[in-house]
Design a protein around this ligand. Sequence first.
Ligand code: IMP
Ligand code: MG
Length: 174
Amino acid sequence: MSERIEVLIPEEEVDKRISEIGEEISKAYAGKTIHMICILKGGAMFMCELAKRINLPVTMDFMSVSSYGDDTKSSGIVRISKDLDESLSGKDVLIVEDIIDSGRTLSYLIEVLKQRGPKSIEICTLLDKPSRREKLVKVDYSCFSIPNEFVVGYGLDYAQKYRNLPYIGVVRFD
Ligand code: IMP
Ligand code: MG
């Protein structure tokens, strides 16, 4: 069985859309400093590209999470495998995620982070698969809604591969 990647969203389209969202966020947060939190590893490339297009003061922190429970039935509890370095107290926090699928990860995470006293907290995702949602999550900024396909590239992986692709692709098995 061989894998091939079919382009779903080409590089120029992704870049253009990130610029638009960057502008939108810059306007919405005018006069503030945005504390961007990257959810590793998938959110890393999007975080960098987005931050470059925000013309406001930005600080950054990183956290790594993994689903807790077995494959078939996730409890919705996530294990924080790398926590933030800095406090969120009084900050305008923007969570930057690669993709929202069932919504379990973010619905849990946002509750945990809210308890750390941020002034505000919003979510920005590169991709959203609304048809897969199990937990309600308020997504404030989303670059693209996509169908229920397993995608890679722009930070997203399949078995740790393809994160470096500069476009969004679908994995096909021939
Ligand atoms: P959920 O929203 O809690 O179901 O989980 C979202 C996480 O699952 C994302 O942050 C990704 O790490 C991973 N994920 C979901 N769908 C995909 C996909 O199509 N490609 C790669 N990773 C995915
Ligand atoms: Mg992720």
